[in-house]
Design a protein around this ligand. Structure first.
Ligand code: ADP
Ligand code: MG
Length: 660
């Protein structure tokens, strides 16, 4: 069954659904609500004042519609509820006007003021609500209403029997889980809050089960693999390091030493290189790749985005080519002929180091003798992509570079069998980034400061959580910010917008114009360029900062402060300032991520998924950590007991390894 086969879904709505990453019925059924509206009618006489309540009422007077401003109108009428005749007001519902008349039953959500006998409603629905009603709320986009999406899902629900259930029977019994079929129904159409809870736990568990199954499977596989001893002259490496334009920091020295030791050993290297943005991880990686080249093997470095890949390519090429090392670049937007040539050179061994995006894992890419694989910002790849690249070498040594300072507790879970090198101190000459939490109402000051920086010839990043206007969530979007900023600076400052949906070629030229200083302000979403290095950028402004984890904000902040100029970060938010203040007071990524972990918010049922480390549909690494631990143990036992796996598990695991 295709999306368009669902009742009500036409081609237009299919396009909108695609925008939400919904491409088939299964995606639709697994597009879970992120919260619920709960309507439970109360008696106004006995209910608490000034809290939002739901009531049933009967319209008693002909509604009056008045326009206050062009986009601002008010409906008012008298209504009877319990034994009270109240004055009801609701704003911006002119479109309801023609449906309302004396004698009609309605349901209202709003606040009652006893003294004035007024009820200011935030919602009005026709009809009587006899039982409590739970209404799912989805993350939606412009053009697609919540109840539309809800209806599509309802029409797709009969198909839920075809959605694969991955939790093994014995585990379903052990925890008394719902079946997947039941869980999907309950998450979308719950009758009670308890049903939501039950469905949630089961769906979260399943996501973690699959996730940990992959990780544990890879770990088992890794243990079986013998490594290759790399032989190189240490003197040569030392000489190379001496010729660098700067001395390595102590932490870098140690990290290099650890990486080189792993290269030399016949154990397969499996190392996590952790360090704040700008701490010098890439330099450590470069030196290790140099040693790997000297020992006669090829290296690959995979970055999560094309811009990052190109940036790595430029710096690494500049550092290594004077040493007669051939560095190549492979990205999706290259011409076919270019692509072909690189692949040929690669298979002949003419390229020593290949840098690229996930284009590196496409099937036609064959190395002559891949000995080292480095993945940058590794948490942004699925486990899937990691595995594939590894299989391109016999048993290449692997390094994962991560700028997310992962709290120890959960690093130990996910990277359990990895050795870690941590770079704690940054190279000298780096100043702390001065950080300020500001309210939207203080924006003017921020703009003035931005103007100052631009006058000094510096550049500015502006980050917003979404690309387009969003009806459900009232957050800033990049397009709207572009026009606000243009107006504020009277179109005199060159501003550009960058986000994930822009074509790679176009992205590249936008980034180029920023890198070369033509563009002064770059307004972007976060999904894009973690790790971009524009030294002249001194200010970053992040809107709706409350939407992001502290670790993410800290990482974003790392876009600035890349030279010895004073740098600034403004976190714009009307909420959550207590949490955000952690960033005002600290520049220590590890401390910040621990705080983030500790201050996690309960209650927001599904959290904000789009700015996380790993992408889950319903599970949350932090909030659901206990379930993750459970899934970790269960998958270990499951893999031990089931040497011959069922087809559905093989299918998932196939994507992480080419070995049957
Ligand atoms: P990361 O990969 O951790 O984000 P990079 O390796 O890209 O950090 O380093 C950030 C910047 O600092 C680069 O411009 C790099 O040349 C520079 N750098 C790296 N190591 C040192 C050092 N020991 N001393 C001075 N500058 C350094
Ligand atoms: Mg980096």
């Amino acid at each position: 069954m295709e999306l368009v086969d669902i009742k009500g879904v036409g081609q237009k709505s299919e396009v909108l659904l695609n925008k939400l990453n919904i491409y088939n019925v299964e995606d639709l059924l697994e597009f879970y609500p992120y919260r619920y509206n709960i309507y439970k009618p109360v008696d106004l006489e006995t209910s608490e004042e000034n809290t939002s309540v739901t009531i049933n009422a009967l319209i008693e007077s002909t509604p009056k519609l008045s326009y206050i401003k062009r986009n601002f109108n008010r409906l008012s009428f008298k209504a009877l509820t319990s034994n009270l005749l109240i004055n009801v007001t609701i704003f911006n519902r002119a479109f309801l006007y023609k449906n309302l008349e004396v004698g009609k039953n309605i349901m209202l959500v709003g606040k009652y003021n006893k003294q004035k006998n007024t009820f200011v409603a935030s919602e009005l629905k026709l009809g009587i609500l006899t039982e409590p009603k739970i209404e799912p709320v989805y993350h939606i986009i412009k053009g697609l209403k919540n109840n539309q999406l809800s209806t599509y899902i309802e029409h797709a629900l009969p198909e839920r029997k075809n959605v694969t259930d991955y939790i093994p029977k014995e585990i379903v019994e052990k925890y008394n889980f719902l079946s997947k079929e039941e869980a999907i129904k309950m998450i979308h159409k719950p009758q009670t809050i308890n049903q939501i809870k039950q469905a949630k736990i089961r769906l979260i568990y399943e996501e973690f089960f699959i996730f940990m199954l992959k990780i544990n499977y890879l770990k088992n596989k890794n243990k079986e693999i013998e490594g290759t001893k790399k032989i190189f002259d240490v003197k040569k490496i030392e000489n190379f390091i001496k010729k660098l334009p700067f001395a390595l920091t102590k932490d870098q020295e140690i990290a290099v030493e650890e990486c080189l030791k792993d290269l030399k050993s016949n154990k397969k290297m499996n190392r996590l290189l952790q360090g704040d943005v700008g701490s010098g991880k890439t330099m450590v990686a470069t030196i290790t790749m140099y040693a790997n080249t000297v020992s006669g093997y090829q290296s690959a470095l995979m970055a999560p985005t094309e811009i990052l890949a190109r940036q790595h390519y430029e710096t690494i090429k500049n550092t290594l080519e004077p040493n007669q090392i051939h560095v190549g670049l492979l990205v999706g937007s290259q011409k076919k002929s270019e692509h072909k040539e690189i692949i040929e050179q690669l298979s002949k061994g003419e390229i020593d180091i290949l840098i690229g995006t996930h284009a590196l894992i496409s099937e036609d890419v064959a190395f002559k003798n891949l000995g080292l694989v480095i993945t940058d910002e590794q948490h942004r790849f699925g486990v899937n992509q990691r595995g594939n690249l590894q299989n391109k070498g016999v048993s290449p040594d692997t390094i994962y570079m991560s700028a997310t300072p992962i709290p120890r507790t959960y690093a130990l879970t996910i990277y359990q069998d990895m050795d870690t090198s941590i770079i704690k101190t940054k190279p000298n000459g780096r100043k702390e980034i001065k950080t300020f939490v500001k309210k939207e109402s203080e924006l003017k000051d921020v703009l003035l400061n931005i103007l100052e920086e631009i006058k000094k010839g510096h550049q500015v990043y502006v980050v917003a959580p979404s690309i387009e206007e969003n009806e459900e969530r009232n957050v800033r979007d990049v397009n709207n910010l572009k026009s606000s900023f243009s107006t504020a600076f009277q179109n005199k400052v060159p501003i550009e917008v960058l986000h994930g949906k822009i074509k790679p070629k176009e992205k590249e030229s936008i980034m180029n114009r920023f890198q070369t200083g033509k563009t002064k302000i770059l307004i972007a979403t976060t999904v894009i360029e973690v790790g971009v290095d524009v030294k002249n950028a001194t200010t970053i402004v992040i809107f709706n900062a409350e939407m992001f984890g502290l670790a993410t904000l800290h990482q974003l902040r790392g876009r600035v402060g890349r030279n010895d100029l004073d740098s600034y970060c403004y976190l714009i938010s009307d909420y959550d300032s207590e949490r955000l203040k952690v960033l005002e007071n600290s520049n220590d990524g590890f401390y910040i991520s621990e705080q983030d972990f500790l201050m996690r918010r309960e209650g927001d049922l599904f959290g904000t998924k789009q700015s996380g480390d790993m992408v889950f549909k319903i599970a949350d690494l932090k909030n659901d950590f206990k379930i993750l631990l459970q899934a970790k143990e269960d998958t270990k036992i499951f893999l031990e007991k089931n040497k011959a796996l069922e087809e559905k598990y093989k299918e998932i695991l196939q994507s992480i390894t080419n070995i049957d």
